[in-house]
Design a protein around this ligand. Structure first.
Ligand SMILES: [Zn+2]
Length: 344
């Protein structure tokens, strides 16, 4: 019996040593075959039980079984130790902690919003309130109240998306002039930014959905000089300190007199005769403006003999074309993150 124990202890010790020395799965498997396999050393010891006197056999069998269980547990531990080592080695190879991290792609504010906010910030500093209104408007707010009756040829200029006989997607932000003046007595000073819609084919200069920003001031003793001063300040805030504005006579039904507004070409400052941006004129067109037509004031119950007002409406995308020297208005809606990040 003690013979058997000694034999098993010796065998067990050599088995443990083989496991410790094993560098890979194959070496482990070899140890298993050598000791626990069909013709392994333990099996041979087990066969020798038959030569023992019968009374001793059960105890011998128990001793061998206990040794085998212990050896199998060791083998399992050795296997998991090896696979953990392989996993760690794999990790060490794949992850280079000194490698620069990939920085997350952060979004950027769309230039349309940025410009709207910059214009709004300039005017709110001067006491203007920002008002927002519906994008679907009755023709009354879009046209009639703005001195454009149903038979007026100017309606042709607004190629609109009509939803019903009388309801349309607003082609300009001017309905907010009427809505505001109907609700407030003068003085009124508002800025109305928002989306507008016209049935234009999309090309480098046109989108069927675009953004306008509209300004309106109505009070006593208001004149064109105020408008010029405010727009000059706005252009300096948006494009740089050297900017000036000029007015060119124009016609809009809702203003009288009316004027197109130009600002100094921000690229050449009016100094280059071969400027790609202004064509050498030194001026860039911003949009329309004028003194609010007396008919519009009358429509909302203001007395045009007491109050006067000025208004302007600019395309936000167009302001962006000037500010960022963008050559194609479609860039705004391409959702190209590189383009947007460039302007951030
Ligand atoms: Zn120029």
């Amino acid at each position: 019996m003690s013979d058997l124990t000694t034999k098993l202890d010796d065998l067990h010790r050599r088995f443990s040593a083989a496991l410790t020395a094993a560098e890979d799965e194959r070496a482990l498997e070899q140890a298993r075959v050598d000791y626990l396999g069909r013709s392994g050393e333990v099996t041979q010891v087990r066969r020798a039980i038959g030569q023992l006197p019968p009374p001793e056999r059960p105890a011998a069998g128990k001793t061998i079984n206990a040794a085998v269980a212990s050896m199998e547990a060791e083998l399992e531990a050795a296997q998991s130790r090896l696979s953990q080592r392989a996993f760690d080695a794999d990790l060490a190879q794949r992850i280079d902690v000194t490698f620069p991290a990939i920085s997350p792609r952060t979004g950027a504010i769309n230039p349309v919003r940025r410009i709207t906010e910059d214009v709004a910030s300039y005017f709110t500093r001067h006491g203007f309130a920002v008002v927002l209104g519906p994008e679907v408007e009755p023709d009354y707010y879009n046209f009639d109240a703005l001195n454009i009756p149903a038979d007026h040829p100017a309606r042709e200029g607004f190629d609109s998306f009509w939803l019903t006989e009388t309801l349309l997607l607003r082609p300009h932000t001017s309905p907010m002039q009427i809505r505001t003046m109907q609700q407030h007595r003068p003085p009124v000073a508002i800025l109305a930014p928002g989306k507008c819609y016209r049935r234009d084919a999309v090309d480098a200069r046109h989108l069927f959905q675009f953004h306008q920003i509209e300004g309106l001031l109505v009070a006593q003793d208001v004149h064109f000089g105020h408008l010029k001063g405010m727009l000059t300040g706005m252009c300096r805030a948006l494009f740089g300190s050297g900017q000036n504005v000029r007015f060119r006579p124009s016609f809009f039904p809702f203003t009288e007199p009316s004027a197109e507004v130009d600002t100094t070409c921000p690229r050449c400052k009016g100094l280059a005769s071969q400027c790609g941006m202004c064509g050498g004129s030194g001026w860039i067109e911003l949009g329309g403006s004028g003194m609010v037509h007396p008919n519009v004031l009358r429509e909302v119950g203001y007395d045009p003999d007491v109050y006067a007002g000025w208004a302007f409406g600019f395309g936000v995308e167009r302001l962006g074309l000037i500010r960022y020297e963008i050559d194609d208005i479609r860039r705004y809606i391409d959702s190209d993150p590189d383009f947007l990040r460039q302007l951030a």
